[in-house]
Design a protein around this ligand. Structure first.
Ligand SMILES: [Ca+2]
Length: 150
C-alpha cells in the first residue's frame, strides 16, 4: 500500500487567508498525485452563483484542512464539527455535510456523500456524531471525498 504525504500552503493578504493549497505526494516517487487549490476570490464567486447553502470561505478552509490532512489535523476536528453542524443538533446530517461540497466538487451529489458516510455511520441514521466524524477524518474519508476517490 502506498503512503501519501500531504503538504499544505496558505497565502495571506493583509492578515487574512487569500488562498489554500494542498498537495498530495506519493511517498515512493515524490511526485504530486493531486493538488487542491482554492482562492478566496474564486470561492466567493462560485458560492454566490451556487444557488444553494454554502459555507463562508473562512469556515470552508477550517473544514477543508482536516478533510485533507486527516489525522495530521486532529486538533482541527472539533472546530470543523461545530461549523458543519449548522443547526447545533450535535450531529452532522447529510444535508449539513452537503453545504461543504458544491464548491470543491461542483458535480458532487448527496448520493455520493451517502456512500462515504455509510463507511462510518454504524447505525445508518444518515448523521455523524462527533465520534463518527472523528473516525471519518482520521481514516482519510474526507480526503477521499474531496479527491473524488471511492
Ligand atoms: Ca446537525
Amino acid at each position: 500500500m502506498s503512503v501519501e504525504l500531504i503538504s499544505e500552503s496558505i497565502a495571506t493578504d493583509h492578515g487574512r487567508v487569500s488562498s489554500v493549497k494542498y498537495t498530495v505526494i506519493d511517498s515512493h516517487t515524490g511526485a504530486p498525485n493531486d493538488i487542491v487549490c482554492v482562492t478566496r476570490e474564486a470561492y466567493d464567486q462560485l458560492a454566490a452563483s451556487a444557488g444553494r447553502k454554502t459555507l463562508k470561505f473562512d469556515d470552508f478552509i477550517k473544514v477543508l484542512r482536516p478533510f485533507m490532512m486527516g489525522r495530521l489535523a486532529a486538533d482541527d476536528i472539533p472546530d470543523a464539527f461545530v461549523i458543519l453542524d449548522s443547526d447545533r443538533s450535535g450531529k452532522i446530517a447529510l444535508k449539513e455535510l452537503a453545504a461543504f461540497i458544491p464548491i470543491i466538487i461542483p458535480g458532487g451529489t448527496e448520493a455520493m456523500l451517502m456512500q462515504h458516510m455509510k463507511k462510518i455511520d454504524g447505525n445508518y441514521d444518515e448523521q455523524l456524531d462527533s465520534t463518527e466524524f472523528t473516525n471519518f477524518i482520521m481514516r482519510g474519508i474526507g480526503r477521499d471525498i474531496v479527491l473524488q476517490r471511492h
